[in-house]
Design a protein around this ligand. Structure first.
Ligand SMILES: *Cc1c(COP(=O)(O)O)cnc(C)c1O
Length: 424
């Protein structure tokens, strides 16, 4: 398809007409700009609202109004089991078995809960391997866990420096770090997709390598979930965590998720426990002794927030119908078009930072504005003022993420034309 890309409205429109997933866009509310749909490229930060969310929320409010506490058992979707109504589709999106996933809490909370179980430092093996320049929460969480266990982050937090020209990280660099420090590393924690560069990592290869050195492995999938097809079970990773308000379109502050590999389902791992993680069959005996539910459910603390899970349920049902494989096919085409536009029409203004190999990226392109920060800010503000919504990363990068559920080729062309108008 690449060679046939054209920078005309007619071509973009024809490509949109031929898109088998085009009707999914109608299921979303696209923020308007001066009477038209904006070109919304910020699904990597906050995904758009599915139209069906409003009715799903209203249904829960109605059940609450009409049934009170009985809603736990007699609601249309009884609240008692509500987190289970998202389980199958969530497992599908991340490529896991149903009992390996749970929707709960938020990303940062889940990262800490998982580390309680999977970061078990010893004097011989105290360290965590992470990336330099990680998203702040990851850095803060890991550093605070190291300190909590009585170790010194200067020694026990090993941060991998990017070794490729645009700030991306090669597999060889990960291999070198493990060869050098592997015997001291308790946990390897890396992203599925790096938030700044858009680089996608090979979870299976990283896991195999880290396990060979005796390390546990976890992934932060904030920018990967709903973006790329994942195969968490097959990757062999010990755990993963994610949020659901980015590509998963489940609303600001949505309920996050966690994956715990099936081989740990019944393991007697240390954990921070709560009543919702207790074996479901005996939970309401209210006994003093904690018996975890086998699988990821055993890490739950609290009864789930129904009003926050309702949008996730709606959204995952859309992913189920669209299918991650079909979404990826469209995503490759759309992001490929955006990249082609930048490289062929805007090379005097912009430069793509994200890896050019489609296997090493998802939907997002991180695009550097040539000429420095002030010029970059000026272009970014021009885009926003003209209804082209991306986001800014210091010092000179604009992130543009065409989401295959609701973005079109036409949106990518609008981006290019809006940049051109500014640059002259
Ligand atoms: C978005 C994002 C977060 C956000 O964490 P919350 O706990 O949901 O606020 C954390 N880590 C990464 C890598 C992210 O991209």
């Amino acid at each position: 398809m690449t060679s046939s890309y054209q920078a005309t409205a007619a071509w973009a429109q024809a490509a949109d007409d031929a898109d088998l997933l085009r009707s999914f866009r109608d299921e979303f509310l696209i923020p308007p700009h001066e009477g038209h749909d904006s070109a919304y490229f910020c699904g990597n930060s906050l995904g758009l609202q599915p139209r069906a969310v409003r009715a799903a929320l209203a249904a829960e409010l109605d059940d609450w109004a009409e049934l009170g506490v009985e809603g736990h058992f007699k609601g249309r979707l009884p609240w008692m089991d509500y987190h289970e109504f998202v389980r199958d589709h969530l497992a599908e999106v991340v490529g896991a078995q149903a009992t390996e996933v749970v929707a709960m809490n938020t990303l940062g909370v889940n990262l800490h809960l998982m580390m309680v179980s999977f970061y078990r430092p010893t004097a011989e093996r105290p360290a965590i391997l992470m990336e330099a320049g990680a998203f702040p929460t990851d850095r803060y969480a890991l550093e605070s866990q190291v300190r909590f266990h009585g170790y010194d982050p200067a020694d026990a937090l090993i941060e991998l420096e990017a070794d490729e020209p645009n700030g991306t990280l090669s597999m060889a660099a990960i291999e070198r770090a493990l060869a050098e420090h592997g015997s001291r590393i308790a946990l390897v924690l890396l992203p599925g997709v790096q938030y700044r560069t858009g680089q996608a990592f090979d979870l299976k290869a990283i896991t195999a390598l880290a396990h060979k050195h005796g390390c546990s492995v976890g992934f932060d999938l904030a920018h990967a979930v709903g973006n790329l097809p994942l195969a968490l079970h097959d990757s062999g990773a010990d755990f993963a965590i994610w949020c659901s308000y980015k590509y998963l379109n489940s609303g600001p502050g949505a309920v996050g998720g966690a994956f715990v590999h099936g081989r740990h389902a019944r393991a007697a791992l240390p954990r921070f426990a709560g009543w919702w993680g207790h074996d479901k069959t005996t939970r309401f005996r209210m006994g003093p002794e904690f018996v975890p539910t086998p699988g990821a459910d055993g890490w739950q603390l609290s009864n789930p927030p129904i009003l926050a899970l309702a949008p996730l349920r709606v959204s995952l049902e859309i992913f189920h119908r669209a299918g991650m494989t079909r979404l990826r096919t469209k995503s490759l085409q759309l992001t490929g078009y955006l990249e082609w536009l930048v490289n062929t029409q805007l090379a005097d203004v912009l430069e793509v930072v994200t890896p050019t190999d489609p296997a090493r990226r998802g939907a997002q392109l991180s695009i550097r504005v040539l000429g420095g920060r002030e010029r970059g800010r000026s272009l970014f503000e021009h885009l926003m003022a003209n209804g082209v919504i991306g986001d800014w990363r210091e010092p000179d990068v604009i992130r543009i993420s065409p989401a295959p559920l609701y973005n079109r080729h036409t949106d990518c062309l609008t981006f290019a034309q809006t940049v051109r108008k500014w640059a002259g």
